[in-house]
Design a binder for this molecule. Structure first.
Ligand SMILES: Cc1ncc(C[n+]2csc(CCOP(=O)(O)OP(=O)(O)O)c2C)c(N)n1
Ligand SMILES: [Mg+2]
Length: 347
């Protein structure tokens, strides 16, 4: 049984009240893309945008993978299956909000304003060329969980300076077992940071399954001990992800408290292009989640609102690929500094 709030206010009731309760994820759409109860207020243009970003995300991921196989980027962390978690979150951000990502959040970063050229230049070996102030996108964090600290620090800064912005840290399920994440959560609660921490629970930390990472029933409940409002949401439901993210970000902006969001999703692809998941990921598990494709889930909703036709979708794919390929060409024309130049710059 899914938690289906009838009104936006009831979303708060979907947060986890106590450790004694194992909540079901909050959903807006059922498996066939029908609205269960509460429906977030989104204009036709916003829904069309959401769908366009979902398609863009899938194309970006496929292209990234191909480019790595061609030796044109160094590494790629596949995002397939996690598009709804990213697009729902990205669309709830406002200009001036900051995102502190790991290596699997490129879609959120693009929505927030990261220039695609900078993204591909980074994956070709240039150290984060984007200006975080202009793009809202902080450097991709490879040290697992560290970005939670950075997001909470920034959220404390926004609060101190009385700025109406929110710092969002995005981490994986594995990161929630790191001390840095738990310390960050604690600080967010104590200092009422203007922060939202979003866990993309894709059920794997490289080859370590969720069941062996922690004895916690949910990852969201890790926020309870720190006094942080915590919500479990269906991360393959773009509308649910948008609703919860929008609500949490708004709360943080108004200094009503930080939120920990656990987005339940699945890593359909490899951990990165340096990994062979066939050695540990059961094929039937992948099939189970392939049948829960977030794009297929949103599509009937978009259709029902009269915002989709097959031709339009082909055009969106072509438009996404043209945008990506133009950015790749630009990124490839940027010179990569020598190792010596890096060492000198580092002082
Ligand atoms: C502190 C630290 N320990 C170990 C690693 C090696 N490592 C890289 S990715 C990864 C798994 C992370 O899993 P999760 O947090 O679930 O994120 P996902 O890759 O699934 O998005 C590990 C252990 C690292 N980068 N940093
Ligand atoms: Mg993971």
């Amino acid at each position: 049984m899914a938690v289906t709030a009838r009104s936006f206010e009831q979303l708060l009731a979907a947060s986890i009240p106590s450790l004694a309760c194992t909540p079901e994820p909050f959903q807006v759409l059922d498996a066939e893309g029908r609205v269960l109860g509460y429906e977030p207020e989104l204009s036709d243009a916003q829904v069309a945008d959401m769908y366009r970003w979902m398609i863009f995300g899938r194309q970006l991921d496929q292209r990234g993978l191909q480019l790595q196989r061609q030796g044109r980027v160094g590494v790629w962390g596949p995002m397939i299956g996690q598009e709804a978690a990213q697009v729902g979150l990205g669309m709830a951000l406002r200009p001036g909000d900051w995102v502190f990502p790991s290596y699997r959040e490129s879609i959120v970063l693009c929505i927030q304003g990261l220039d695609l050229i900078d993204l591909f230049a980074y994956y070709r070996g240039l150290y984060w060329p984007a200006d975080p102030n202009a793009s809202g996108a902080f450097p991709i964090q490879i040290v697992i969980g560290d970005q939670s600290l950075h997001a909470v620090g920034a959220g404390m800064g926004f609060a101190l300076q009385q700025q109406p912005h929110v710092a969002v840290g995005v981490i994986g399920d594995g990161a929630t077992s790191e001390g840095d994440f738990l310390e960050a959560l604690n600080f967010s609660g104590v200092f009422n940071a203007q922060t939202v921490l979003v866990v993309q629970n894709n059920q794997w930390a490289i080859s370590m399954p969720r069941s062996r990472q922690t004895a916690s029933q949910t990852l969201a409940q890790k926020g309870l001990a720190q006094g942080v409002t915590s919500v479990l949401v269906d991360g393959n439901d773009a509308l649910a992800m948008y609703a919860v993210s929008h609500w949490a970000i708004q709360r943080a902006r108004e200094r009503q408290g930080p939120t920990l969001i656990e987005a339940l999703t699945y890593r359909i692809g490899a951990h990165t292009t340096a990994d062979d998941p066939r050695r540990y990921q059961p094929p039937e598990e992948i099939e189970h989640w392939r049948a829960r494709d977030p794009l297929a889930r949103l599509r009937p909703y978009v259709e029902r609102r009269g915002l989709r036709d097959a031709e339009g979708e082909e055009a969106m794919i072509a438009e996404s690929l043209a945008r990506i390929d133009a950015a790749v060409a630009e990124a490839e024309s940027r010179p990569i500094p020598s190792l010596d130049a890096y060492i000198q710059a580092a002082g």
